[in-house]
Design a binder for this molecule. Sequence first.
Ligand code: ADP
Ligand code: MG
Length: 520
Amino acid sequence: PPYAIACLKMFLASAERRRPAPSASLLENDELYLRSYSRVIATRLEEKVRELSASESKFRNFFHNIRDVVIVVDGQRVILDANEPALVKVFGYSLEEILGKSSRMLFADEATYRKTGNHYTPGAESQAPGLLETVYRRKNGESFHAEVSGNILRDEAGKDMGYISVIRDITERKALEEQLHHAQKMEAIGTLVGGIAHDFNNIITAIIGFSTLVQMKMPPEDPSRENLREIIAAGERAAALTRGLLSYSRKDAMRMDGLDLNEVVQQSLKLLKRVIGEDVILDVTQAGEPLFILGDSGQLEQLLMNLATNARDAMPDGGTLFIETKRIALDEDFHSRRWFGKTGDSYALLTVEDTSQGMDEATRQRIFDPFFTTKESGKGTGLGLSIVYGIVKQHNGYVDVSSEPGKGTTFNIYLPLTSVKVVKTDRPSMASMRGGDEVVLVVEDNEVIRNLFTAILREFGYQAHPAADGVQALGIVEELKGRIHLAIIDIIMPGKNGRQVLDDLLAISPGLKHIFMSGY
Ligand code: ADP
Ligand code: MG
């Protein structure tokens, strides 16, 4: 019908133009004239309809090949037309299901429907109100973000006939944007947290160090021993927290070895079983082949521990914890949705899945944030998953989580496979501390740390000489002339850094033995 009406109007307009002058309005006054033309009108109309239906089928063909959904509505927002293939793909409706109905059914809710309508005010001067982002709803109930551009449709006389809207589903782009924001946020928090943690580390080192010194000198029966032990234990808890923060902000040193992910998992099992307790069943499936990656086995064990701890907390009445390793090749879909890796690259996939109640979308979005916890105070620190995130990043990997209320939680961790040959190295065992009486120079700008180092060295019998910077260090070396056995130098100092200080010292005392140290 809309085409037929448009057709008729068009024809009447052209008839009017051809009409002999002078005359009044065609439709209202000159009925006779109209009748005399009716035969002509009828034939011309038939011709026009044939012509139009030929061009319409051509137009339909174009129209149906548009990827975005194009919807035509009348002034009351009743749907007149749409390109069906895109409509089915994006909204899930067939054309038949929406024709003649209010476009309200396509929107997420009443408010969005109204807002979008207001944007395209009928009769507005501007024909192109620009792009608008809005939320629609698919037939299956799922809502999605879309970009819509609309135009008011006007007839030849300039009267509003309705609107034509072009709707583009931007779900994918939205997801990518969100990921980018998230990554940027994590980066910023990382920098902040790293700075704080570094300062904290110095303070805690001093607390533990001096307490330990006091403890060493204390007679075994001293009643204050117990209190001191508590101070040290508290200090160690703070140190563990700080280490967690440092590993989140990628500031701590890692030992990257070539290792087999399967072995790391295997070695962690005993500990994991202890963590999850007896009510949770551990179900492990390993890849049949070794999965060589470059990694730090201690950190990866920590990662598994943190995930297992969370799973246990999420399953207070028991359940199953699945751990699986396998080799996968990234596919196009993975790459385009996460913007990570290259299609076809091989990764080791570590999956940790539980049968808990899972979590809702709002929680899921925040779990990697430091200090985000849903646990009561004293139970959770909110650092477990931030540390997991940090560890995965340091391994150049990717971590993905999927969870829905009632459906458990799955963590997928992708770690790049390596061709580096795996050499088994035994970590050196710790020798017992033995004191000497050599002369040691300590160059450290932080006063508390400098005093602590000096005190510890003296405690073990060394002759320790503290220096706050390069100038003081140079003075001591000149004074002692080749009698210094070892220089311990902080790398990061204001003014001259450790490396530069060492160069100065070597100039006057060639061959001076040295150790660099750093709060990082
Ligand atoms: P914490 O465990 O100290 O709360 P985490 O960073 O380890 O901190 O976890 C953050 C939050 O993520 C938890 O408080 C919990 O709400 C949620 N979470 C983590 N793992 C799971 C899981 N396996 N199942 C359900 N929720 C989880
Ligand atoms: Mg945790």
